[in-house]
Design a protein around this ligand. Structure first.
Ligand code: 5RP
Length: 228
């Protein structure tokens, strides 16, 4: 599948997911290229259909895009609940164990997700896998002592790399943290790994989202299909 085909599937999933949003809802808006298509469609509905809802965003990038369409965005602490969050993912298996954080937004994404009544992921078909782990697992780490965290991961065979941007500088998250990607290939015991990562001092959050999602909308050449 080339990038244009993949983008068409992402767009179809985003447009399908936009149908979930109704007037007066509070909606968590994820991050990434698939979510961009979702926000484009929500923006179209706001402008052409008069849809009105409140958004809580998982990154500054999504906030800027949404506000550009006139979508009302508030801080997560200004809402008492989130009706539904729609987000992308890097991989998901049939048990709805997933990897997120390819766009370095995993921390805010997880905070928004756990405060949502319903979580929907939008992915193209290439993201649905038997065993997660081929996609490098992002781990958000505070800058102080990151070298020691990386050494600990190396000793455990996690094959860590510090994520760099195209200018050769370390990628920073919206919280100004760093991202360490773990090249694991196959994650056979995700819950054990999640426990190990979150109990490592210096780790803020990891990109394992285990059985948190309610619905996955998969962009497929035959039309979007829904996994529940
Ligand atoms: C950002 C994420 C994204 O949702 C994930 O990387 C999927 O991105 P894309 O839709 O661009 O493939 O977790 O932190």
């Amino acid at each position: 599948m080339d990038k244009a085909q993949q983008d068409a599937l992402k767009k179809a999933a985003g447009i399908e997911a936009a149908k979930i949003v109704e007037n007066d809802m509070t909606v968590g808006l994820g991050t990434g290229s698939t979510v961009r298509f979702l926000v484009d469609e929500l923006g179209r509905r706001v402008q052409e259909e008069g849809l009105h809802f409140t958004g809580v965003t998982t990154s500054r990038r999504t906030q800027e895009q949404a506000e550009g369409y006139g979508i009302r965005i508030v801080n997560i602490d200004e809402v008492d609940h989130i009706d539904v969050t729609i987000d992308g993912a890097d991989e998901v298996d049939k048990n709805f164990n997933g990897i997120k954080g390819g766009g370095a937004a995993l921390l805010w994404e997880k905070i928004v997700a756990i405060n949502s009544n319903r979580i929907v992921w939008i992915v193209d078909q290439s993201k649905v896998v038997d065993v997660i782990g081929a996609f490098p697992l992002p781990v958000e780490v505070i800058p102080f002592g990151v070298g020691h965290v990386i050494k600990k991961f190396e000793a455990k065979g996690y094959r860590p790399t510090l994520r760099m941007d195209t200018d050769g500088k370390p990628v920073r998250t919206d919280e100004n943290d760093l991202v360490v990607d773990l090249h694991l290939e196959r994650i056979e015991h995700p819950q054990d790994l999640a426990t190990d990562l979150i109990t490592t001092v210096g780790v803020v959050e990891h990109g394992l989202f285990l059985n948190m999602v309610d619905t996955v909308i998969v962009g497929d050449p035959n039309g979007p299909c829904v996994m529940t």
